[in-house]
Design a protein around this ligand. Sequence first.
Ligand SMILES: Nc1ncnc2c1ncn2[C@@H]1O[C@H](COP(=O)(O)OP(=O)(O)OP(=O)(O)O)[C@@H](O)[C@H]1O
Ligand SMILES: [Mg+2]
Length: 263
Amino acid sequence: MNAASPVIGDSVLRCSGLGFHVRDAELLHGIHLDIRRGETLGLVGPNGSGKSTLLKLLAGVRVPSRGDIHLNGQCLKALSRRTIAQTLAVVEQQADTLDAISVFDAVALGRAPWLSALSPWSSEDDAIVLQALRDVDVAHLKNRNWHSLSGGERQRVHIARALAQRPQILLLDGPTNHLDIQHQLAILKVVQALSVTTLIALHDLNQALICDRLAVLDRGRLVALGKPLEVLTPQCLQDTFGVHGHYLVDPFDGAQILRFRSV
Ligand SMILES: Nc1ncnc2c1ncn2[C@@H]1O[C@H](COP(=O)(O)OP(=O)(O)OP(=O)(O)O)[C@@H](O)[C@H]1O
Ligand SMILES: [Mg+2]
């Protein structure tokens, strides 16, 4: 994302000709996407356009019906789950429930790909988990049971678990869903400050404007890819999202903001 971004480099996650169908339903068609090292790529599109499906394919959670995915130049299907998890962390839209464990233990699950008989849990893992809890403002909840948390608190704990994984690539599906406005902005700030490559599915198009690039999905197809202001044109907003939209200038900082009207 803009100011704090590291230099954006070569491709770290790439898919070509990606397709996915369930029985006779074609959910994704011929997706070509190159995610570049260090960038924050926003994924936007209406409900049901295929954002979560695409993220699951890129994370190796689902197997594509067509096409290839390469992670750091290696074919995803040839990599072990452990290798993938050391590189890539995912926060799903409907994350699993983790009933009978504490918040600390839920976030500690993020360290699993790094642990082995030769590399058991250490004080460094404790420090990484505590830092992840602090990053999303849930350190005060660390001894609480997961099931006692509110929806937004759970969402933040899931993000902390992904941060504790210390991935090169973060795939976030609606990370600001369920969050109050203060925590929405705080999570975006945390993501912005990370020196990791991030693919983030967002519904709030004004929040999406802070991404380096945006990919727009419509009915399972990639219909636009590029800089946010070049991609989210009034025509795109009408054709893909079915709304009228125009830009206003925020008198506070001169930033462009979108205002919408129904068609
Ligand atoms: N197992 C399935 N069988 C049939 N259709 C499915 C299945 N899984 C997903 N779909 C359909 O695929 C389409 C894309 O779903 P997906 O969850 O990827 O959309 P999305 O862009 O993430 O939507 P949202 O903004 O609501 O999160 C939807 O129409 C959904 O109903
Ligand atoms: Mg979704």
